[in-house]
Design a protein around this ligand. Structure first.
Ligand code: A3P
Length: 291
């Protein structure tokens, strides 16, 4: 009799402990509460394509939770070696049903990122924002120039980096990063085309709403972003966010004035990218109004 009572109280005690453990895991976010989750979608590039604008604009959606800074998990060995728990720890808290999104433009050109991303989550959805490759190249150069100036360092004029023996130098990194089809091919070896959505970065600058509506569809989100979430700012020269009663533009590193490029150099660049662009259009089944 005493033995049975002891057994029953032990059973009761274990049941209580189990319930308590479940409750505390819920409170920590392991169940239905807020917790850090791995991204369900990532913006993989392109560098200077408008990746920050795209992420900030998507973040208006109540079902999207965006990582604040670039995480560089798949493209930097020292981060990748820290494993998925480190990656998760870089993410904002989200509720069940919300989608975590991060952007790291360095993923697109990284030879190791596609395979690593697939290994983590083969159903990850990928957003690629592209822009006229010539504009992107000039923007890329402008960013490096500006970073070097901030550190009190010099940097050669664009033409000196770009043109070698009278021709566009294909080994210049900013040229390579504008050859989209080669980089996309690597991602298409790891992900089906239906999992990659291409955003027109030039169209996002002109009018963000239609591009964002298409992204909502691709991410299977209920349409919630509205044209009234953005207002063109004439001083900035770009659309800025209208959220929570605030008008907020991206910082001054986005939308910098570009140095002038001589028409002859621009033409040469257009010629250089023409065939690369054609291959990219073929790959994505869509063409863009590039030079
Ligand atoms: P520029 O600074 O050359 O104009 P990323 O965020 O990938 O680095 O891209 C930066 C580019 O985003 C900017 O390049 C700018 O043209 C573009 N962009 C798109 N929409 C923008 C917006 N609403 N505000 C500021 N920049 C925007």
């Amino acid at each position: 009799m005493v033995g049975t009572l002891l057994l029953l109280s032990l059973l009761f005690l274990s049941l209580l402990l189990l319930l308590q453990a479940q409750l505390s895991s819920c409170l920590q976010g392991g169940g239905g509460g807020p917790t850090q989750r791995l991204p369900g979608a990532i913006i993989i590039g392109v560098r200077k394509g408008g990746t920050r604008a795209l992420l900030e604009m998507l973040n208006v959606h109540p079902d999207i939770r965006a990582a604040k800074s670039e995480v560089h998990f798949f493209n930097r060995d020292q981060n990748y070696q820290r494993g998925p728990s480190w990656y998760r720890a870089q993410m904002p808290e989200s509720l069940p049903g919300q989608l975590t999104v991060e952007k790291t433009p360095g993923y697109f050109s990284s030879p190791v990122a596609p395979e690593r991303a697939r290994a983590l989550n083969a159903s990850l959805r990928l957003l690629l924002i592209v822009r006229d490759p010539v504009e992107r190249l000039v923007s890329d150069y402008t960013q490096v120039l500006s970073n070097r100036r901030e550190r009190g360092k010099g940097y050669p004029p664009l033409e000196r980096l770009l043109i070698r023996e009278g021709r566009v130098d294909p080994s210049y990194k900013a040229v390579q990063r504008s050859v989209y089809h080669l980089q996309l091919a690597a991602w298409l070896r790891c992900f089906p085309p239906g999992q990659i959505h291409v955003v027109d970065g030039d169209a996002l600058i002109r009018d963000p709403f239609p591009e964002l509506r298409r992204v909502e569809g691709f991410l299977s989100l209920a349409p919630a972003i509205a044209p009234s979430d953005f207002r063109f700012n004439h001083t900035k020269g770009f659309f800025c966010l209208e959220s929570g009663g605030r008008h907020r533009c991206l910082d001054e590193s986005k939308g910098r004035p570009h140095p002038p490029v001589r028409p002859a150099v621009r033409q040469r660049l257009c010629r250089h990218f023409r065939e690369h662009n054609r291959r990219f259009f073929e790959m994505v089944g869509r063409s863009f109004d590039w030079c």
